[in-house]
Design a protein around this ligand. Structure first.
Ligand code: FNR
Length: 339
């Protein structure tokens, strides 16, 4: 029987040829420092599509320049970025893969020289600046920037959008009581802490009809952070708002230490899927076909996000298929090696 990992999966109006997703990974390679994609990005993403990843997701791509993690991040704050992003898409689509872009704002984790912004004026660590507390005008500006970015993502022909709500970046900073000390409508209880993400989702949906994913960090590894009950509330709200899938990661909100082991974030994806009924993606030290197959067959998640294993081997799908005893069709050009 065909392994579930290599069965099609439909998200909204989009059919993926298999369940392998390239996890978003910053490449810090926009060498002109203006967020533009270049030959590195074209080859990097296309080679994973040639390697039979079903959904190739770009790295965190900044919706405003001050929301970059570094000066070398990809950007989508200007119409000038569309052309390069479109070339990334052409490369991905050439191999029958679907594409996704991760839209991001780093908030207080922006490692930049200029002013940086966050829900509260709390610095992440000694190396990064203390951010300026965002005014309601600032918040509105960023919500509109996500909307404009979604419009550009559509023009650049992406099939899917993922909002980066994990790893302690801006959306996550609003969600977490550890980083959000506001006493206006955007802080305090969980309903208020969710308000920023709610507004971003609504704004994006005004210009984007395609599949919408949100990545969250479902464990903050520190006392006083969001609890699973809080995450289940957020997941329920996202489902209600029409988010198609939650990509479940963890950590990064505060500099807490994590002890990663194979599948260490899996139970969060499983709990959210089971308790709310929303589709989930599993990520984190998934390196083998059998591991991926187990979590899909046991309905612990719907998609499998692969990060570092795909940096080591762009043909990870082939490796996983071999492990599962399945003959995966590869690029026509490589047929003599893919038997
Ligand atoms: C990452 N990760 C990450 N996550 C994210 O949501 N947006 C990003 O831009 C990045 N950038 C990034 C760069 C690099 C070099 C690495 C290694 C990781 C996290 C990544 O998507 C994934 O969640 C983790 O790496 C865990 O999965 P693996 O690598 O164990 O499969």
């Amino acid at each position: 029987m065909k392994p579930k990992l290599f069965t099609t999966y439909t998200i909204k109006n989009l059919s993926l040829k298999n369940r392998v997703v390239m996890s978003p990974m910053c490449m810090y390679s926009s060498t002109t420092q203006d967020g533009t994609a270049n030959a590195f990005h074209f080859a990097h993403y296309e080679s994973r599509a040639a390697g039979q990843v079903g959904l190739v997701m770009t790295e965190a791509t900044a919706v405003v320049p001050e929301g970059r993690i570094s000066h070398e991040d990809l950007g989508i704050w200007s119409d000038d970025h569309i052309e390069g992003l479109k070339i990334i898409n052409e490369g991905i689509h050439r191999h029958g893969a679907a594409s996704a872009i991760q839209l991001a704002h780093a908030g207080r984790k922006a490692n930049l020289k200029n002013d940086i912004y966050a829900p509260s004026a709390l610095r992440f660590n000694e190396q990064l600046q203390t951010p300026l507390e965002m005014s309601t005008d600032d918040i509105h500006h960023v919500v509109m920037a996500f909307k404009e970015a979604a419009r550009r993502a559509k023009e650049a022909e992406f099939d899917t959008i993922e909002l980066h709500g994990a790893h302690g970046y801006l959306i996550n900073q609003f969600l977490s009581p550890l980083t959000n000390h506001r006493n206006d409508n955007y802080g305090g209880n969980k309903e208020n802490r969710y308000r920023f993400l709610r507004e971003v989702i609504t704004a994006v949906q005004e210009v984007w009809e395609g599949p919408l994913l949100v990545r969250i960090s479902a464990d903050e590894y520190q006392e006083g952070g969001n609890t699973m009950q809080d995450f289940l509330y957020y997941a329920g709200e996202m489902k209600e708002q029409g988010v198609d899938l939650i990509d479940v990661s963890s950590g990064g909100v505060v500099p807490a230490s994590i002890n990663p082991f194979p599948g260490y974030q899996l139970t969060y994806a499983e709990t959210i899927k089971r308790e709310t009924g929303i589709a989930t993606g599993a990520v984190g030290l998934i390196t083998h076909g059998l591991q991926a197959e187990e979590l899909l067959q046991n309905e612990r998640a719907d998609l499998v996000f692969i990060g570092r294993a795909l940096l080591r081997n762009p043909y990870w799908s082939k490796q996983a298929a071999d492990e599962l005893g399945f003959s995966l069709e590869g690029p026509r050009q490589y047929a003599r090696a893919w038997k």
